[in-house]
Design a protein around this ligand. Structure first.
Ligand code: NCD
Length: 323
């Protein structure tokens, strides 16, 4: 794997390979010594032009547990705020010997530009670009669904026959987009539920079912319900009357939680607006996988970095390396 830019062009086989390597990585994380020597001597640069806590820390932990050197570069307080272009920043990183660049950027397509520009030779991982994609988030979500469904029997399995309902601010969500492509390519049925104002215009071309009534959608008993954050910072207009009205119609509260079948899980990529799209009861219930998603995120990002940076070595597997 040369880059990880999106899930739309990721094949089912490539996705399963990442998820299976992530299983190996996860196994190593329950050991007393969690650090593997695999990426010793490699440099991973975290290039964050947008605020992030969990994703940046997750990539940092993943790279460090594989023994890579990590350079964190956030655009605030850097020359970028003095107007330095993506090209100049990239070329500086190249001169410093970056082997992989993990980029988060407010502009959709920035990681793709970086990967195809010829400015750098490093592998590029998209950590969220505008409203476009967030592939490692979708991979950790798929990993979490698979793990909750099949447990120790997860390796090699796809999500055929499972149904996932994604609820909320689909319009502004790169998490929703990446999940739609990935989950459907793994065989899951995806339903999107949102107010009509938060449904993207091009959604008719997506392999999903659209619904506007949350109670009706939940009545079909989805295996996973994924709540999206209302992205107030990306909203330039009033997309719903009031926050109270939004939670009443599209929020996951105790009552809706109780109506779900016993096995259904509740997901959220974080950060959560507690009391808006998800109530505290739902966020903290045993069905909630919010913290599992965070933990699995490290394993999935370890897998992605491993496949990007050590992938050319076909003589060893992640599992052998981990011994
Ligand atoms: C998501 C993001 O940044 O797209 N969060 C994350 O990666 N942890 C979702 C969000 O911000 O709502």
């Amino acid at each position: 794997m040369r880059h990880l830019l999106d899930t739309k062009t990721l094949s089912r086989e490539e996705a399963l390979r990442i998820l299976d390597v992530a299983e190996d990585m996860r196994d190593t994380q329950s050991r007393e010594i969690r650090k593997l020597p695999t990426l010793r001597g490699k440099t991973v640069v975290n290039l964050f032009f947008e605020d992030s806590t969990r994703t940046r820390i997750s990539f940092e932990a993943a790279a460090k547990r594989l023994s890579a050197d990590v350079i964190n570069f956030s655009a605030k307080g850097s020359s970028v705020s003095k107007g330095e272009s993506l090209q100049d920043t990239a070329q500086t990183l190249q001169a410093m010997g970056a082997d992989a660049v993990v980029i988060r950027h407010g502009a959709s397509g920035a990681p793709h530009t970086l990967a195809t520009s010829g400015w750098i030779s490093a592998g590029v991982v998209n950590a969220g670009d505008g409203t476009h994609e967030h592939p490692t988030q979708a991979l950790l979500d798929a990993f979490t669904i698979r793990k909750r469904t099949f447990g120790d029997d997860s390796r090699g399995r796809d999500l055929e026959g499972l149904s996932v309902t994604i609820v909320g601010d689909v319009l502004h969500s790169r998490v929703a987009r990446s999940n739609v492509w990935l989950l459907t390519s793994l065989g899951a049925r995806v339903t999107l539920v949102a107010p009509p104002t938060l449904v993207p215009q091009d959604v008719s071309a997506w392999p999903v079912r659209i619904a506007y009534d949350l109670d009706e959608a939940l009545a079909s008993g989805p295996d996973a319900v994924m709540m999206l954050r209302i992205q107030l910072e990306r909203m330039t207009a009033a997309y719903f009357p009031t926050e109270r009205e939004y939670s009443r119609r599209w929020g996951l509260d105790a009552e809706r939680l109780a109506a779900l079948p016993a096995g259904s899980i509740v997901m959220h990529p974080g950060p959560m607006n507690r009391g808006l799209e998800i109530s505290a009861d739902a966020a903290d219930s045993p069905r909630s996988t919010v913290l599992e998603q965070v933990a699995n995120g490290v394993s999935v990002r370890m897998a992605a970095l491993y496949l990007l940076l050590a992938g050319e070595r076909t003589d060893t597997t992640a599992e052998e390396d981990a011994r």
